[in-house]
Design a binder for this molecule. Sequence first.
Ligand SMILES: *[C@@H]1O[C@H](CO)[C@@H](O)[C@H](O)[C@H]1NC(C)=O
Ligand SMILES: *[C@@H]1O[C@H](CO)[C@@H](O)[C@H](O)[C@H]1NC(C)=O
Ligand SMILES: *[C@@H]1O[C@H](CO)[C@@H](O)[C@H](O)[C@H]1NC(C)=O
Ligand SMILES: *[C@@H]1O[C@H](CO)[C@@H](O)[C@H](O)[C@H]1NC(C)=O
Length: 536
Amino acid sequence: MKTRYNNCDIVMGNLEITMMDHTRDFSFLESIKEVTGYILFAINEFSRLPLDHLRIIRGSTLYEDQYALAVMANYQRDGEHGLQELGLTHLTEIFSGGVKIIQNKYLSYAPQVNWLDIVKDGTAQIIIEDNGPEKPCHKACGDVPCWGPGNDTCQILTKTVCAPQCSDRCFGRNPSECCHVECAGGCTGPKDTDCFACRNFNNSGSCVPQCPQTVIYNKLTYRMEPNPNAKYQYGSICVTQCPICHGTSWTDSSRETVDARNIESFINCTKIQGSLNFLVTGIEGDPFNNVPPLDPEKLKIFNTVEEITDFLNIQSWPASMSDLSVFSNLQTIRGRKRYKSYALLVVKINSLTSLGLRSLQNINNGAVYIKGNKNLCYHDTVNWTRLLGSRPQKHSKLLAITNNQKKDECVKENHVCHPLCSSDGCWGPGPDQCVSCKKYSRGGTCVPDCMFLTGKQREFATKSGECLPCHPECKVQEGKETCTGPGANNCLACASLKDGPHCVSICPEGVMGQEGAIFKYPDMRGNCKPCHNNCI
Ligand SMILES: *[C@@H]1O[C@H](CO)[C@@H](O)[C@H](O)[C@H]1NC(C)=O
Ligand SMILES: *[C@@H]1O[C@H](CO)[C@@H](O)[C@H](O)[C@H]1NC(C)=O
Ligand SMILES: *[C@@H]1O[C@H](CO)[C@@H](O)[C@H](O)[C@H]1NC(C)=O
Ligand SMILES: *[C@@H]1O[C@H](CO)[C@@H](O)[C@H](O)[C@H]1NC(C)=O
């Protein structure tokens, strides 16, 4: 607990302390300023807790569904120890929920505290019963209530003493001494940087209603653009980077086969940290070890895999599957560890007519072994040299590709690349298995032409020949191209309005800009013009 709470500012969740004897040292709780859930102290024997920096209990979860602060039965059964002071001398706001302080035999100050100044919700339950005899405050407090006998335990009032002009809390009794609306618990001055704590978010010291957004409107370019100062919400703090990020990956022992028992553990994997083996005991099952056969449909789980860091070893495959297209999104085999010297092995799979590895771009290390697949075609149209990249070794030594279907047999059976494929070859039949296209492609499939002049959804072509849709705000043209690129600023004409060079459906209305919100109206020609400065 000490390592976890040392120097901790904000407890995300609840703080529960129960059944602690009077000898415990709780000084490691000193730094806590805020608890997002509730606080519970019950059946403890210590006399005071050092929670003097605590300013706010948010009460996002409540004890017994009602209380943000619950202090109950903190005294020794047959002895003189027990809670005497709450020690929450700087607590000024409870956002949600009430207070229950009961049966603390030696606690003498809780009833004196002005709880209405602290609790935000006027209807919240405040139950303070069966505690110790009430004792007087230090005379330094005057008529202000207190948390204990010391001259430094007078309650800091921030609500009930405010001028009626203040919407919430204040730092003095004058109408000019209201806190900023984004403050919580009180403040030392009127600005959003003077708050004790923040109602919503703390953006490096300023209290703000939201963290700087990832996109903001740029007045010069007339568009929403990435905000270089964007931050993310982490609890009640704006942070430039998310503290923890986990991807999905799987670490294996490199000899085990994928089988009916373990295949579910690969759901949603994009990167296999290790290798994948498909052996006969996995595909057909292993009665000796009580493993049933693998349902071929389940192999589709591998559709999400983009990278394998070690090797892919296929020595068995369902007889109903004629390709490896469950790996159609696999881009990279790193070959950090290899099977013998190989990063990719496909051995004696008679059901295979094509590999179907249409996304495979790189094999960074290790060799390729594709042997004895007697019906396999198409594999020799692929430029394997390009996949292997620059290597010190001779590429011909890295390619063990023999004893598959003979090339002239493949041609005779019409197992040849689709006519829309370029001369770079293909991974299988059909226009979606081409390594690259003769002319144009759409969504990974080769097509004879883009929808330049026809169709409801008009297109343009990228430099690499990919057909992409025009922006929905472009006005469809007859007899000429509708757009020259993907953006709302690449249209020949707009379907509705125009903001600077961009086609838009509505003019910017209250979108965030560099200096506050921006409002525009459409003029007679449908161009967005800024509202006059004097408009509110
Ligand atoms: C509080 O009491 C201590 C001594 O117990 C004294 O040094 C300090 O000045 C007092 N502070 C106030 C505000 O009276
Ligand atoms: C806001 O966070 C900073 C640390 O980034 C801290 O020093 C400051 O006290 C916090 N302000 C409020 C009002 O919580
Ligand atoms: C996989 O991802 C989908 C979509 O993100 C999600 O709905 C599903 O729960 C995930 N499955 C597992 C087992 O993580
Ligand atoms: C295969 O690709 C490499 C590198 O891109 C290139 O040098 C070679 O000429 C290509 N081979 C064939 C047969 O196209």
